[in-house]
Design a protein around this ligand. Structure first.
Ligand SMILES: [Zn+2]
Length: 327
């Protein structure tokens, strides 16, 4: 419940921007991948305490029993609704090659999804509202969400009785950067903003042999090549145009030597076959209905691929994104 004109906030935000930029660069230089956000969560917790919040760390429990690095910060300021503001904290397991002076100092990890930016904005929100408590009333519930990239950090916090321990919010606000909106502009939607993603492990099974005797084998490399291309026809020919979907094969593995036809090709780690969809029909096909998958046999005796759905995270996409520019 705000009672302050926007100009007050603009001045407060402008005054904070240099310090927040420093925090952003520090976070960018020290990325931590999913489930390893130890330094990051400690930094957030310290800054939130300085901003006047009551902070609880290590909120969240993964299915294997290990603790998560979730952060919950509460600021109660009289009667009014509870507003949850969330930032994600984890980086991606990719090598940074930007050459920036504040580039990642951790080999094999980078804030390539913008969670460093989200955290800097999140702390700006905490500082601004913490310093202006005479201008609003209600309860703020600021959340540092671990392991967003693996889609298990939010669930870990809920499993640790997040809402029972800290209260159930009336409103939830989250943000994500996007290359589609110019710097200085903000887009807003009510409800879900991005697609859900499901992940499927696929193993193409063949019969290996010598590369000089292909007729005696069932070559899974050729089958896999056909399979990857045929997958795209699911989107173009089996999915309704009003039901947006994307299929990405992020990794493919098979074979050891140039002259050996392997027994199988798989899409297993580090990045499996990823399916992003937004609404509508059940997708990707369940294991029962996988006979419907596109499949042109590259061999006489085809062995059906093994498909294992490892993650499903459904979501709906809104029809419009409203944007405006700061004046
Ligand atoms: Zn992200």
């Amino acid at each position: 419940m705000m009672a302050a004109p926007a100009d007050d906030f603009r001045a407060a935000i402008d005054a904070q921007a240099p310090a927040l930029l420093q925090i952003y660069k520090d976070l960018h230089a020290h990325p931590e991948i999913s489930q390893h956000e130890e330094r990051t969560s400690a930094l957030l917790a310290e800054e939130l305490r300085k901003a006047g919040f009551t902070v609880t760390e290590h909120v969240g429990r993964y299915p294997d029993g290990s603790a998560a690095f979730g952060v919950v910060a509460i600021l109660s300021n009289g009667e009014g609704p509870t507003v949850l503001v969330r930032t994600d904290m984890d980086a991606l397991p990719v090598e940074e090659k930007t050459g920036l002076p504040y580039a990642s100092q951790t080999a094999g990890a980078m804030h390539a999804c913008g969670h460093d930016l989200h955290m800097a904005c999140f702390l700006g929100t905490a500082r601004t509202l913490g310093a202006m408590q005479d201008r609003w009333h209600g309860t703020l519930m600021l959340i540092g969400q671990p392991s967003e990239e693996r889609v298990n950090g939010a669930r870990a916090m809920l499993a640790d009785r997040l809402y029972e321990r800290f209260g159930r919010p009336d409103y939830c606000i989250a943000q994500h950067d996007t290359p589609d909106i110019a710097a200085g502009q903000v887009g807003m939607v009510a409800g879900p903003m991005l697609s859900g993603a499901s992940t499927v492990d696929v193993t193409i099974r063949g019969v290996g042999g010598h590369g000089a005797r292909p007729e005696a084998t069932q070559d899974p490399v050729v089958m896999a090549a056909q399979f990857v291309l045929a997958l795209q026809t699911i989107v173009s020919r089996q999915t309704a145009p009003q039901d947006p979907a994307v299929v990405t094969v992020g990794s493919i593995h098979g074979g050891t030597r140039p002259n050996i036809i392997p027994d199988e090709v798989s899409s297993k780690s580090p990045r499996e076959l990823s399916v992003r969809r937004c609404a509508g029909t059940r997708w990707p096909p369940s294991s029962e209905s996988r006979a419907a998958w596109p499949w042109q046999p590259a061999s006489r005796k085809i062995v059906r691929p093994l498909c294992r759905l490892t993650r499903r995270n459904p979501c709906r996409l809104p029809t419009t994104i409203r944007r405006w520019q700061r004046g």
